[in-house]
Ligand binder design. Structure first.
Ligand code: NAD
Length: 202
């Protein structure tokens, strides 16, 4: 919906056709609800945004011409590995391959891909059903993945990569500009708090 809101065509793919139907029905209902409540994003109306969203039962045609792929398959390393290999073969060069993984290290399923520099972790989820439901659905997966993570890393004797990470961070925000960056962050947080207060009083 975020992408359709700004005019991008979107294609939904799942191995279960009924999941695709359910997703499209949910999206349509949400777009209509947002339109009715005046909270629809962008300048296109709900019907125009819905028309941008299609589906496919073929992965290759689904990602043809894509600039961003959002993977949302279950938290299973072998499954993610297989899917990312398929995506690597069919997604256009330069396309961002974003995983929804909760706790798998992205390197474990991206290391051998030719487009591995375009793999990121991006969470599209809002955990609206609460922590109890979250643990019921994901607890076993979290335990399974945690068991593969090995001993606690050493932080007092950091690895040589620390220098490199520090250099990259300094390039993005030099230490001398941290004050200005904090001020910007505080200004944005205040604006967000104002927006929240205004929405609550509506
Ligand atoms: N649900 C959440 O609150 C939440 C939050 C953060 C991250 N995540 C992560 O998002 C991912 C998905 O979680 P979920 O709760 O949406 O799972 P889910 O089981 O509800 O949905 C997974 C979907 O993937 C489909 N699928 C299975 N194999 C496939 C394949 N090979 N190709 C295409 N589709 C396939 C299934 O049919 C199903 O529709 C996991 O990595 C999870 O850790 C979930």
């Amino acid at each position: 919906m975020l992408f359709a809101a700004v005019g991008h065509p979107v294609c939904v793919y799942d191995v279960e056709p009924k999941q695709i139907l359910a997703a499209l029905e949910f999206i349509e209902a949400e777009l209509k609800r947002h339109e009715k409540e005046g909270t629809l994003r962008g300048t296109l109306n709900a019907a125009q945004q819905r028309a941008l969203i299609s589906s496919s039962s073929d992965l290759k045609s689904c990602v043809s011409g894509a600039i961003h792929v959002q993977e949302c398959v279950p938290e299973d390393l072998e499954l993610k590995k297989r899917l990312f290999e398929q995506l690597d073969a069919v997604a256009p060069p330069g396309c961002v391959l974003a995983s929804s993984t909760s706790c798998l290290l992205p390197s474990t399923f991206s290391e051998k891909l030719k487009n591995r520099t375009h793999v990121i972790v991006a969470h599209p989820y809002l955990n609206v059903d609460g922590m109890v439901d979250y643990m019921r659905r994901h607890g076993a997966g979290l335990e399974r993945v945690s068991a593969t993570m090995g001993p606690t890393p050493a932080y007092t004797a950091p690895p040589p990569s620390l220098e490199q990470i520090n250099k990259q961070l300094q390039e993005m925000t030099p230490l001398g500009e941290m004050g200005a960056r904090r001020a910007w962050r505080d200004k944005m947080l205040s604006a967000l708090a104002r927006l929240k207060r205004d929405m609550e009083t509506e």
